[in-house]
Design a protein around this ligand. Structure first.
Ligand code: 4AD
Ligand code: MG
Length: 462
C-alpha cells in the first residue's frame, strides 16, 4: 500500500508507477463513461484525486454509485497533472469496494455545526476540521516530549490514583470499591475507609506536581505528561473533567527560571507545529481564525509580557466599566479579566506574578511581603489562563505553618514535607493545560472540540 502523504511529499518517486492506495471516499462525481473520486486515507490532510473510466474497470457501474464514507482500495498509475488544481491524479485500473456506506451516514458533504459533531464524536475525526485538530494535537504532544528530552529532562509517570489533594482545592473524584449506598461506617457514623481497597480514602489526581517534586529533587529536571481529573462543576468552554497536563519541575531554580522555561516551551511547540502541519495550520487560518498564523508568528518572534497581580488589579479597576464582575485586591481574576489583560492591554501572552497567598495553593513560596506568593499564571489571547506555576515553598517551618493555616492534615503529606528536610533546595515548576494549548494553537474556542471524547459536567457518552 502507498500512503497519500508520501505521494504529496515526493510525487516524483511514484509517477508512472502502479500503486495501490486504500482509503475513504470523500466525494464522487461521474458522467456516463468516466468519473472522479476524492480519496482520503487519513495519512494526510489533502485528498488524492482518483480518475476512473468505463473501459478500464470491470465494476465501473458499481464504482460510479459509490457513496460518501465508503471504504475502497484503488490500484492505478499516478500521473502528473501540471495544469490542474491538484498536482497529480491516480488513474484507476482496479477498485475494490470494502464497504458501501449507507445513505443514513451522518457525515454527508455539507457543513456541520461543532455542536452536532460532538454528538457523533466517534465519527468526527473524519471531517476536515477534526482531522486537522487531532493531527495537531498529536504533533504538539510529540513536540513537548522533544523539547524536554532535548534539554535532558526525565519523563516521570506520576500516579493517577492518589491519597492526597495536590491542589488542596477539594475538586477530586473519589475512587472506591465500597458500596456507595450502604458503606461500612465507624461508630462515629463516618465512612470506614479502612475497609476500602487501599484501606484509606483515595481519589483521581488533580495534578502530578507533588510526586513530580520528589523526582525533581532526585533528577534535578523532570516533567510529567498525563491525564488529570477535576470535579469542577463549571460548565464553561475551557474546563473539562478529564484533561491532560504537562508539569515540568526544576530544582535549583526560581520563578524567573520557571517563566523562561514556560516561554521557551510554548514557542517551541508553536514553531514545531507550524513547521510540521502547514496544511492543517493554513486550514485553521482560513476557516477558524483569520489572524491565527500572524498571531502565532508574532508570539514566536517576540517576548512575553510581565505584570504583577497588584498592577493588573489597578489596570482592571481603571477599566471596570468593561466587566461583569468587579475586582479588588485579594479577589481571583475571572476569565473576562484575564482575557482583557492579554487581549486588550498587551495583545500577546502575559505572565501575571505575585498573587495574594489566600487565593493560591498551599505549596507556593511566600514572598518577603508576607502577602503574596511566588506564583505565575500565563494568560494568552483567546483562551485566558493556559499555564499556572510557582516557585515552591522549600522552607520546612514556613510550609508547615501554611498548611496548618489552610487546614490541611500534615500527616497526609509527611513524605512531601520530608523532601524539604532531606536535601531540600529552591525549586519551581508549572502546569500547562494541554487542551488549552491546542485551543491556542488552532483557534478552536471550545475545549470539547480539542479532546477526542470530552468529559464535562453531565457528559460521558463515549
Ligand atoms: O493552575 P493549575 O490548577 O495548576 C496546577 O495544577 C499546578 N499543580 C501546576 C504546577 O505548578 N505543576 O492547572 C494548570 C493548568 C491551568 O493553567 C489550565 O491550563 C489547566 O491546567 N487546567 C485545566 N484545563 C482544562 N480543564 C480544567 N478543568 C483545567 N483546570 C486546569
Ligand atoms: Mg491555575
Amino acid at each position: 500500500y502507498s500512503e497519500i502523504k508520501k505521494l504529496f511529499r515526493a510525487p516524483q518517486d511514484y509517477t508512472g508507477k502502479t500503486i495501490t492506495v486504500p482509503g475513504w471516499v470523500k466525494t464522487v462525481r461521474d458522467s456516463k463513461t468516466f468519473g472522479f473520486i476524492e480519496l482520503n486515507d487519513g495519512t494526510f490532510f489533502r485528498n488524492l484525486q482518483v480518475v476512473f473510466e468505463e473501459g478500464r474497470l470491470e465494476n465501473f457501474k458499481e464504482v460510479a454509485k459509490l457513496s460518501v464514507g465508503s471504504a475502497i482500495e484503488v490500484e492505478g498509475q499516478l500521473v502528473e497533472t501540471p495544469n490542474a488544481k491538484q498536482p497529480f491524479e491516480l488513474k484507476a485500473t482496479r477498485i475494490a469496494i470494502e464497504n458501501m456506506c449507507p445513505a443514513d451516514y451522518q457525515l454527508q458533504k455539507k457543513r456541520h455545526s461543532f455542536e452536532f459533531l460532538r454528538t457523533i464524536a466517534h465519527l468526527r475525526p473524519r471531517t476536515n476540521t477534526f482531522s486537522a485538530v487531532f493531527r495537531v494535537r498529536s504533533l504538539a504532544a510529540f513536540a513537548i516530549h522533544k523539547f524536554f528530552q532535548e534539554r535532558n529532562f526525565v519523563y516521570v509517570h506520576t500516579p493517577l490514583i492518589t491519597g492526597s489533594d495536590a491542589e488542596g482545592a477539594g475538586q477530586m473524584f473519589k475512587v472506591t470499591t465500597l458500596d456507595i449506598v450502604n458503606p461500612p461506617r465507624q461508630e462515629s457514623g463516618k465512612i470506614d475507609y479502612s475497609q476500602d481497597f487501599f484501606e484509606k480514602e483515595t481519589s483521581l489526581t488533580v495534578s502530578g506536581q507533588l510526586t513530580g517534586e520528589a523526582y525533581a529533587l532526585a533528577f534535578k529536571n523532570i516533567y510529567t505528561f498525563g491525564p488529570t481529573f477535576r470535579a469542577e462543576n463549571s460548565n464553561t468552554a475551557r474546563h473539562a473533567a478529564e484533561f491532560w497536563m504537562i508539569e515540568p519541575e526544576i530544582a535549583f531554580s526560581d520563578l524567573r527560571d520557571d517563566m523562561m522555561l514556560a516561554e521557551d516551551m510554548l514557542k517551541y511547540i508553536i514553531s514545531y507545529v507550524m513547521e510540521n502541519a502547514p496544511e492543517e495550520m493554513e486550514f485553521f487560518n482560513n476557516f477558524v481564525d483569520k489572524t491565527l498564523l500572524e498571531r502565532l508568528n508574532n508570539v514566536v518572534n517576540s517576548e512575553f509580557a510581565h505584570i504583577t497581580y497588584t498592577e493588573a488589579i489597578e489596570l482592571l479597576q481603571k477599566n471596570k466599566q468593561n466587566f461583569e464582575y468587579p475586582v479588588e485586591w485579594g479577589s481571583d481574576l475571572q476569565t473576562e479579566h484575564e482575557r482583557y489583560i492579554t487581549e486588550q492591554i498587551f495583545k500577546k501572552p502575559v505572565f501575571v506574578t505575585g498573587y495574594p497567598k489566600e487565593i493560591k495553593a498551599f505549596y507556593m513560596r511566600i514572598n518577603d511581603d508576607d502577602k503574596t506568593v511566588a506564583a505565575m499564571d500565563l494568560l494568552v489571547p483567546g483562551v485566558g489562563e493556559i499555564i499556572g506555576g510557582s516557585q515552591r515553598e522549600e522552607r520546612l517551618e514556613v510550609l508547615e505553618k501554611k498548611m496548618e493555616e489552610m487546614g490541611l492534615n500534615k500527616e497526609d503529606y509527611w513524605w512531601y514535607l520530608e523532601l524539604r528536610k532531606f536535601g531540600g533546595t529552591k525549586h519551581a515548576g508549572f502546569g500547562l493545560g494541554f487542551e488549552r494549548a491546542i485551543m491556542y494553537l488552532t483557534g478552536i474556542t471550545n475545549i470539547r472540540d480539542v479532546i477526542p471524547f470530552p468529559r464535562t459536567t453531565g457528559n460521558c457518552e463515549f
